[in-house]
Design a protein around this ligand. Structure first.
Ligand SMILES: [Zn+2]
Length: 54
């Protein structure tokens, strides 16, 4: 099975320190809303909301 790269690479930045901590991919068909993730930020040293950025 061949790997295809139709999905767009997206970055998640911490809403406080603005550092990019996570990467993900998503299908363009599902691209209407900006994603948010609550993930651990090693710079803030706690769980912070990470928002999709470009
Ligand atoms: Zn942070």
């Amino acid at each position: 099975m061949a790997t295809k790269y139709k999905e767009k690479l997206i970055k998640f930045e911490c809403s406080i320190c603005k550092r990019i901590n996570y990467f993900s991919q998503k299908n363009k068909k599902l691209n209407k809303e900006r994603l948010e993730l609550k993930k651990y930020c090693k710079w803030c040293k706690k769980h912070m909301l990470h928002k999709e950025t470009k």
